[in-house]
Design a protein around this ligand. Structure first.
Ligand SMILES: C[S@@+](CC[C@H](N)C(=O)[O-])C[C@H]1O[C@@H](n2cnc3c(N)ncnc32)[C@H](O)[C@@H]1O
Ligand code: SF4
Length: 403
């Protein structure tokens, strides 16, 4: 997935928030397509994405065939609905050849009604970049590139176990911005041994390229990673807060809008794909370990696919990719909506809740009141917006809405 984990664990049962036990959509939410490419050159020690070290040649032709089989089997669940954005994430999608990507996107277009102005993003790692390849990806239909820079500092890149150094990060950023009109640079801060000055220098280096979009992620120690088992020394909470304030000030001073916890964009350049997640739109996810959320007239379901590329490929070779699927309960829906919408700094229009969950607003009104009383959120008759305190303690705010 592209956003850091937003799934909550399932706890079936009735709604503690009171109200009704069924949902009903007037109009279905906008639909996005996510395509997962599960391989990387090397696994980074902090990474909990479904990414696997590529040993030998990638089975890219088989994988593209499996993706298209997967897509075809899912079509009845999204029949006739236009797809507004496509995100090819990983893993490291820039590892696959232009030929394979071209076949993939041609196959997608032949099967799904892609909107004429669809945003088509591809994730790339600076260690896998060539001008010719980028130009080929663009010709195949990619119109937005998301580059995993992480840092422009050799020492920190090394501590993060990245396959590239600062010079390659710079070269990749230059190349991406030369070849694509729409580019995102991913940075991380609060890195092992990083000082506030070094974090600020990374942001300044990114700003110098004037990318339309920039993501600044707080490095987190995720379970089941090398860093979780052998934690490096990280900056303390006060230092991290200082870094956060400084990077927000740096970026907003030169015209970036801080629109989501980790996302900054120039006017008109917000990530349409990620906004659809945060606004609790629908998405079909194909590929190893991909998740989907798909709404129907009176239900909303989640799907997930086999995480191991080998298992996924074996299912396809046997004739069908079989997603696990279950309905999201009425009790879970408000929490799932809020886990996404509260990430947006401008909050959400209250009418969006009913539009995207099929539930009445009464399901969350008592909890919105509670959050407001605690100073975590403000609300008028139109919008609910997290306060600076709510943004600082976002997890506490979100927890209030969980069943
Ligand atoms: C799937 S990766 C992007 C593309 C490519 N695989 C790469 O790393 O260059 C998505 C982004 O999530 C961020 N990320 C991954 N693990 C993280 C962690 N533990 N804490 C914070 N950010 C993380 C990184 O900035 C990374 O670029
Ligand atoms: S290159 Fe990206 S997806 Fe792959 S292991 Fe590193 S952070 Fe994870």
């Amino acid at each position: 997935m592209t956003t850091r984990s937003s799934l909550i664990t399932s706890r079936p049962g009735g709604s503690p928030l009171g109200g009704h036990s069924s949902l009903q959509f007037q109009t279905l939410p906008p639909l996005s397509l996510y395509i997962h490419i599960p391989w990387c050159v090397r696994k980074c020690p902090y990474c909990d994405f479904n990414s696997h070290e590529a040993r030998g040649e990638l089975p890219e032709d088989e994988y593209v065939a499996a993706l298209l089989l997967d897509l075809e089997a899912a079509l009845p669940r999204v029949w006739g609905r236009p797809v507004l954005t496509v995100f090819i994430g990983g893993g490291t999608p820039s590892l696959i050849s232009v030929r394979a990507l071209d076949a993939l996107l041609a196959g997608v277009r032949a099967r799904l009604p892609l909107a004429a102005d669809a945003e088509v993003t591809l994730e790339a790692n600076p260690g896998t970049v060539e001008a010719e390849k980028f130009a080929g990806f663009r010709a195949a239909g990619v119109n937005r590139l998301s580059l995993g820079i992480q840092s422009f500092n050799d020492r920190h890149l090394k501590a993060l176990g990245r396959i590239h150094g600062a010079a390659e990060a710079r070269r990749a950023a230059e190349l991406a911005l030369r070849i694509f009109d729409n580019v995102n640079l991913d940075l991380m801060y609060a890195l092992p041994g990083q000082t506030p000055d070094e974090a600020a220098a990374d942001i300044a280096a990114a700003i110098a390229y004037a990318p339309p979009h920039l993501s600044a992620y707080h490095l987190t120690l995720e379970p089941n990673t090398y860093f979780h088992r052998y934690p490096p020394v990280l900056p303390d909470d006060d230092t991290v807060a200082e870094m956060q304030d400084a990077l927000e000030a740096q970026l907003t001073a030169v015209g970036y809008q801080h629109y989501e916890t980790a996302a900054f964009a120039r006017a008109g350049r917000r990530s349409k794909h990620n906004l659809n997640y945060w606004m609790f739109g629908d998405y079909l996810g194909i590929g190893a370990g991909a998740h989907s959320k798909i709404s129907f007239k009176n239900k909303c379901l989640r799907e997930s696919r086999a995480r191991q590329p080998k298992t996924y490929l074996a299912q396809a070779a046997a004739g069908a990719v079989i997603p696990e699927s279950r309905d999201i309960t009425v009790a879970e829906l408000p929490g799932e909506f809020m886990m996404n919408a509260l990430r947006l700094n401008q909050g959400f229009e209250l009418s969006l809740f009913a539009a995207r969950t099929g539930l009445e607003l009464t399901h969350i009104l008592p909890t919105l009141d509670k959050a407001e009383t605690r100073g975590l959120l403000t609300r008028d008759y139109q919008r609910a917006v997290p306060t600076p305190l709510g943004r600082r303690f976002l997890n506490d705010l979100m927890q209030l809405f969980l069943p």
